[in-house]
Design a binder for this molecule. Structure first.
Ligand SMILES: Cc1ncc(COP(=O)(O)O)c(C=O)c1O
Length: 442
């Protein structure tokens, strides 16, 4: 085997890597230098099966011709156009295509450059919406324990992952959190959505009672929590949340940065779970992860509440230099076209039984304390090494990479989310390889 470091830059000091054990990485770098279809190529020439769609984003697989061509053409035609007070056709076209894909009743789109920015946009929109219609006392934002909504201040405030919050001071005020939906004592090894826990949605009532519902602007949840380790919504939970929000005039925001674009077998998790929120936050799979882009899709009642006052005035003082920029819009349109031509937005549903059964066959292997699955998502939770949380799963990640498999770990949970083009033999290779790794763990 060739030396992986040979093809890497010889000075790794300057780049302070995100969400990475920098010192460990730089001592033994894992460099990716090319990608195509279901595979990466590592710097030493090895093919690595992508079990995580990059970072939950390359849903159509790598280097897809339509998307590559669209980006090449776009840079030749129009590289950048000002986002404020000017437009270009592809941003409007992409917004229309997104509104068509979204659940009925969500039909206006604001563009951002990432999931984190889309979260901030949705939270600000919620507060401003209530103010625009004379309910300025509704300013509180409710999130959920173990929720992940990106890394900006609003997102970590409503988020519920302790390590993402504890270093950053007081965060936003006026935020509260519902309990998470994880009930391992009742739901461990559930196949698909767990049976127990719909009543956890009533935690919103407890919070509403404490603050008075008339002070709450919005609730934000991931329909399925991804980054915290794949926590599925118990059957009936999201329906109950919708009902409570309706009863108390609270907006419901679904953060679909992971569940959007076919990951759970429908364009959005909202359609899979049969619950329509007031806003959907999305990113990642919107451009197949290739050009950074996020979006917030909102209901007409929210959009229309801002469309008042003199017509020459800006209605909403919010936006980014790169909102709906031509390169991202071109990538987004080609991505949606690729999904459509290949039926990818419903493919996870077709593969779900095979995928879920393969995953659940890992039950009984050393240290495995839970397995969770939905669409083309899977999680294998390991018993932590006493006194050394995360170490066992990180060892699995390193060993899997040596075997030519890219998996992801969060805490002691292994999360899998392959590109939606995965074939059954590749599912066997991924899960079979993981089984071999699990058998070798201390
Ligand atoms: C549910 C959810 N929201 C927001 C984000 C943040 O997205 P980004 O990393 O593009 O800012 C993520 C990223 O994983 C996510 O999973």
């Amino acid at each position: 085997m060739s030396d992986r470091r040979a093809a890497a830059p010889n000075d790794l000091r300057a780049f302070w890597m995100p969400f990475t054990a920098n010192r460990q990485f730089k001592a033994a770098p894992r460099m990716l230098v090319a990608a195509e279809g279901m595979h990466y190529t590592a710097a030493d020439g090895r093919r690595i099966l992508d079990g995580t769609a990059g970072l939950w984003c390359v849903n159509a697989g790598h280097k897809r011709p339509l998307i590559v061509k669209a980006i090449q053409n776009q840079i030749e035609e129009l590289d950048y156009a000002p986002a404020f007070q000017m437009g270009h056709p592809k941003a409007f076209e992409l917004a229309n295509r997104l509104a068509d894909l979204a659940p009925e009743g969500l039909d206006h789109v604001m563009f951002t450059n990432s999931g984190s920015e889309a979260v901030e946009t949705a939270l600000k929109t919620a507060i401003a919406y209530h103010r625009a219609r004379g309910e300025g006392a509704r300013f509180r934002l409710i999130g959920r324990e173990r929720g992940y909504h990106g890394v900006n201040f609003g997102g970590i405030s409503v988020g519920g992952i302790v390590s993402n919050r504890k270093m950053f001071g007081t965060l936003l005020t006026g935020v509260d959190h519902m309990r998470d939906t994880h009930l391992p004592e009742k739901n461990a090894f559930s196949w698909g959505q767990p049976e127990h826990g719909a009543e956890l949605a009533d935690d919103l009532l407890r919070i509403a009672k404490l603050h008075d519902p008339s002070t709450i602007a919005a609730v934000i949840v991931e329909p399925m929590s991804g980054s915290t380790g794949v926590l599925l919504p118990p059957i009936g939970y999201l329906q109950r949340l919708r009902q409570i929000c309706d009863e108390h005039g609270i907006l419901l925001i679904f953060d679909e940065v992971i569940t959007g674009f076919g990951r759970v077998g429908e364009p959005f998790g909202s359609q899979r779970f049969g619950v329509t929120p007031d806003m959907i936050v999305c990113a990642k799979g919107l451009t197949n992860g290739i050009i950074p882009m996020g979006a917030v899709i909102v209901s007409p009642k929210i959009h229309d509440a801002f469309m008042t006052g003199p017509e020459h005035l800006i209605e909403f003082f919010h936006g980014y230099t790169y909102s709906g920029n031509p390169m991202a819009a071109a990538a987004g349109l080609a991505t949606l076209e690729t999904y459509k031509q290949e039926g990818l937005l419903t493919r996870a549903r077709e593969l779900e039984r095979y995928w879920g059964d393969a995953l659940h066959a890992l039950r009984g292997l050393p240290h495995v304390i839970d397995i969770r699955n939905l669409g083309l998502i899977g999680a294998v939770e390991l018993e932590p090494i006493p006194g050394h949380p995360t170490k066992r799963a990180f060892a699995a990640f390193l060993k899997a990479f040596e075997k030519g498999l890219l998996i992801r770990t969060t805490g002691d949970i292994i999360a899998l989310s392959p590109p939606l083009i995965i074939e059954k033999p590749q599912i066997d290779e991924l899960i079979g390889g993981l089984a071999d790794v699990l058998k070798t763990l201390e």
